[in-house]
Design a binder for this molecule. Structure first.
Ligand SMILES: [Zn+2]
Ligand SMILES: [Zn+2]
Length: 349
């Protein structure tokens, strides 16, 4: 086996990234070495690339970027027992302690000691990556790697949409970036009565429509609160899935959510949000759920089942494919917002 590999690394504490040659990682007794077949760009990767305030506080360069992937296991540590050479795996990206109260009570996704692949450790924008066996999710090898690599963000969408009842409900997906469009697909696949997509970028709004949204609303062009009420017999939506992190969008959502409704929040605001707690939350009797990562591993089984069902518009979720070396084209698309999921292939050329 060769000794070095191509990677995309964040070398310095500043904007950008670079193509670099690195040693292929060594594995510990509990890890597996995986040859990356496909790796998708996450909003988090773009934050790290653009070196936003969150990244400045969290990332310690140099680091290989990336965390969403599918690849083939080429080497296993001596204590590895479940995963075999030749398996096609993806990774749960939360590397957890397995010992704290949260890990021991079925809530490992919010473990206090969580490290994230490609954020706190070297990631998957590379030809090879080393991951703990425990984090390796063994895939159905008949599914193409480009679909398998998006299971991690798809899991975010699944946990958000399915954090409460959904069959026969009206649902507003606020923010139709890659995870928002996945939420549209999941909502339709599991039997929501009506999926209303709300997004300011026209490309993404059209994508939401193609993927199956029943109603699309651009809040820059029409009154979103009135329109949602018109679409829901004046009552508002049963479920809001908040993917935008926009303070204005959150404030508006509390005005069009139905009494007794549920708001699942995945988008991360970068500033404090002003909310009418009395009239928007308390007197409406709504529930608010904060969504972090994916339930380990309940969400992964749901994702696997949904992919197997054939009911997700997977081909439409992926809009761009590039060789790893052309990662900058992908980052530019993420910046413009004119994309769904962008997938990189280490050996496309
Ligand atoms: Zn991600
Ligand atoms: Zn823990």
């Amino acid at each position: 086996m060769k000794k070095t590999m191509r990677t995309i690394i964040k070398r310095e504490a500043k904007e950008g990234a670079e193509l670099a040659t690195r040693e292929i990682p060594q594995i510990t007794s509990n890890e597996v070495l995986v040859k990356v077949l496909a790796t998708s760009i996450c909003g988090t990767d773009y934050h790290i690339y653009s070196w936003d305030p969150w990244s400045q506080g969290r990332i310690k360069p140099p680091k290989v970027m990336g965390h969403e992937f599918a690849g083939e296991v080429v080497k296993v540590g001596e204590k590895v027992s479940k995963v075999k050479i030749g398996d096609i795996v993806s990774a749960e990206t939360h590397i957890v302690c397995g010992k704290c109260e949260l890990c021991l009570t079925g809530q490992a996704h919010i473990c206090t000691e969580t490290e994230i692949l490609g954020v706190d450790t070297d990631g998957t924008f590379a030809e090879y990556v080393a991951i703990p066996e425990e984090n390796a999710w063994v895939n159905d090898p008949s599914v193409p790697p480009e679909y398998l690599c998006i299971q991690e963000p798809l899991g975010n969408a699944v946990q958000t949409v399915l954090s409460g009842e959904i069959i026969g409900k009206t649902i507003a997906v606020v923010g139709c970036g890659p995870i928002g469009i996945m939420a549209v697909a999941v909502g339709k696949a599991v039997g929501a009565a009506k999926v209303i997509a709300i997004e300011v970028n026209e490309y993404r709004l059209n994508l939401a429509k193609e993927i199956g949204a029943d109603v699309t609303i651009n809040p820059l062009k029409e009154d979103v609160i009135n329109r949602v009420h018109e679409e829901t017999e004046g009552l508002g939506v049963d479920v809001v899935t908040e993917m935008s992190g926009s303070p204005i969008a959150i404030e508006q959502a509390l005005k069009y959510i139905k009494l007794g409704g549920r708001m699942a929040m995945l988008g991360i605001p970068t500033e404090d949000v002003k909310m009418d707690v009395a009239n928007g939350i308390v007197f409406k009797g709504i529930q608010i759920h904060g969504i972090v990562g994916r339930k380990m591993y309940d969400t992964w089984y749901q994702v696997k089942g949904l992919i197997a069902s054939g009911n997700l518009n997977l081909d439409k979720l992926i809009t761009h494919r590039f060789d790893l070396e052309d990662y900058e084209k992908g980052m530019e698309l993420m910046k413009s917002g004119n994309c769904g999921k962008v997938v990189l292939f280490p050996n496309m050329k």
